[in-house]
Design a protein around this ligand. Structure first.
Ligand SMILES: [Zn+2]
Ligand SMILES: [Zn+2]
Length: 388
């Protein structure tokens, strides 16, 4: 059995020596195998993963590599496990950890940061200056699950205690995997200004971050919240999450639609989540003078931008990476208070062994998939036992 020296374990929570894990081979190739269970160090715990959601960034990593950075390079054929939007149960404590107890249900954010660079000291640990420097003789201790360190498409993973958020008892495993997505929207909106009560917000693109961005903006008091997109079924979910108006850009040009609703001057804030080529140029026409744009998505190609328009109108443009400044904790607080129903974006569930099929659903948006969640064998078995 698993009993590394210096690590606190519980006989009520037995841990095997080996786990099932998916590892990345060549681009697009995932291999299901046995892998050793890792050992938590100082300020770290071992989490038994109960559920993990698939994110568009996972697809980027699995098929192309970046932004994953393993041992200073591409993540392929390194016996490395991707996946980052997971939740689970604390299974073992590293030396000195008393912030969590074995058995605590937690969801995790991705970036631990190095904790010592300028940005980490400012709470901007998703922009850590020592990103990926966590190996060999350049070890700065930076961690980003499923990007620079081992991820969550497996049964057990190490997490720094700074990346863990306790989840409410009545929050399902599936919902808890969505906290980090809401946390990203929360980070973007709070970096834009934070006090959004009575401010108008346009969210462009009803993907997972955009849809939960609507929920978070509304919970922060924004009014009105406008959602733009091309798929009516997703715009309908946006309405349920709190959008006051939706614009299907197949029927009405997005900028004209925003100005129709807001009366010409435009919105105070735009949260861009569509990754469309012309999204920034459109966003600066949607926003009013002195307004703010947050880019939470980006197109793959380089795009020409109307810089003069930004300068003449004193428009602020922010790029955000991930979920800094403990935004995940604030998102969890909103979800615990049922300020919006994140479960509306969870569409499909698979078992760990069926990960490639789950990825196919997420990638090809089969059956209108939005968030696809993978459950672990242990969690599936526990549910079966409870039902019998
Ligand atoms: Zn993600
Ligand atoms: Zn750092």
């Amino acid at each position: 059995m698993y009993a590394p020296p210096g690590v606190k374990i519980s006989k009520n929570f037995p841990i095997p020596d080996m786990q099932k894990a998916w590892v990345l081979g060549d681009p697009g190739q995932l291999i299901y195998k046995e892998k050793a269970i890792p050992v938590p160090g100082k300020a770290e715990v071992l989490v038994r993963i109960d559920a993990v959601a698939i994110c568009a960034t996972d697809l980027e990593v699995i098929y192309h590599g970046p932004p994953a950075l393993i041992e200073g390079g591409l993540p392929f054929n390194k016996n490395w496990t991707p996946g980052h939007e997971y939740m689970g149960t604390v299974a073992a404590l590293g030396p000195g950890v008393d912030e969590f107890a074995i058995g605590d249900r937690v969801t995790v954010e991705i970036h631990a940061g190095c904790g010592q660079c300028k940005r980490c000291r400012e709470g901007m640990y998703t922009s850590c200056h020592n990103y990926g420097m966590n190996y060999g003789d350049v070890n700065k201790g930076h961690r980003a699950n499923g990007f620079t360190t081992e991820g969550g498409f497996c049964e057990y993973a190490i997490n720094n205690i700074n990346t863990m958020v306790k989840v409410a008892d009545d929050m399902s495993d599936e919902e808890a995997t969505l906290v980090v997505t809401a946390g990203t929207a929360m980070y973007g909106l709070t970096e834009l200004g934070g006090l959004l009560a009575g401010e108008s917000v346009v969210v462009t693109g009803p993907g997972p971050i955009g849809l939960l961005g609507v929920g978070v903006a509304k919970a922060l008091g924004a009014n009105p919240v406008i959602l733009t997109g091309t798929r009516d079924n997703r715009l309908e979910i946006g309405k349920k999450l709190g959008a006051d108006h939706v614009i299907n850009v197949r029927n009405e040009e997005a900028v004209a639609g925003v100005k129709r609703i807001l009366g010409g001057k435009g919105a105070d804030y735009v949260l861009e989540c569509s990754a469309a080529t012309n999204a920034l140029n459109e966003a600066m026409l949607m926003v009013n003078r002195g307004g703010k744009i947050c880019l939470a998505a980006f197109p793959h190609e380089k795009v020409p931008v109307d810089v003069a328009n930004i300068v003449r109108n004193n428009i602020y443009v922010y790029g955000i990476r991930g979920e800094g400044k403990s935004a995940t904790h604030r998102a969890q607080a909103f979800m615990e208070q049922k300020r919006f129903d994140a479960k509306l974006i969870h569409t499909h569930t698979f078992e760990l062994k069926d990960l490639p099929e789950a990825i196919r659903y997420a990638k090809d948006r089969i059956d209108d998939a939005i968030k696809v969640v993978v459950k672990m064998p242990s969690a599936v078995a526990a549910k079966k036992m409870a039902a019998e």
